[in-house]
Design a binder for this molecule. Sequence first.
Ligand code: SAH
Ligand code: CA
Length: 238
Amino acid sequence: MEEKMKAASNYDKALLQTKELYQYILDTSVYPNEPEPLKELREVSASHPSYWMGTAPDAGQLMGILLKLINAKRTIEIGVFTGYSLLLTALAIPDDGKIIAIDVDREAYEMGFPIIKKAGIEHKVDFINAEALGALDDLMANLDNEGSFDFAFVDADKVNYLNYHERLMKLVKVGGLVVYDNTLWRGSVAMPEDTVGKKYKEGRKLLLEFNKLLANDARVQICHASIGDGMTICRRLH
Ligand code: SAH
Ligand code: CA
């Protein structure tokens, strides 16, 4: 029975299996459609020592379509870095939209800022240079913010994902989306603990716990997408 179920789910076809296949997706569908400012931001960010932290362009393409589908206008971003996901969000929301963008690292944000400015969308960005948990609490202190956001992207310290989730379940409206990044943690969530490198152990543990909690959270409908480093899309149900 178990075997039949597995076969029926086509699990062996569902994951990206080769580098060539990934490159094919990028070359065919992603790069030809990537807006010029995003391309430029990706190039500028490549010289940052932590360049690998930037959102992958194919994952960005998914976020872009989600933002358009829900007509997102007010959004929250936790973890800005040089601004790839921030810029793509700013390009997707209307001219009077707003992104509350939170990061402890102002320097990285400043690296991408000239491109954000050149793209003419800086008026949509409210950058908060602070620890995200405190910044979310400040937002919640203003009751007008409750249920007022259409979308949130969470891409910072994994140790606080649960804390962010609790707050975002109040700040994001019913029907709104919260997207969590890096939820497959380089595939380590499916590896036996003793085979996982030291660098990934702690994150693996945190994400195993987080993924389990989300899957059992009746407040959200989820889709665990194997794109980038794993993205879990949650729609608030009530
Ligand atoms: N979304 C970005 C990548 C974010 S990388 C992109 O598309 O490029 C993660 C970011 O989270 C880093 O810039 C780091 O400074 C920030 N960060 C880590 N811990 C944080 C915290 N507690 N509060 C706010 N930002 C944090
Ligand atoms: Ca990420």
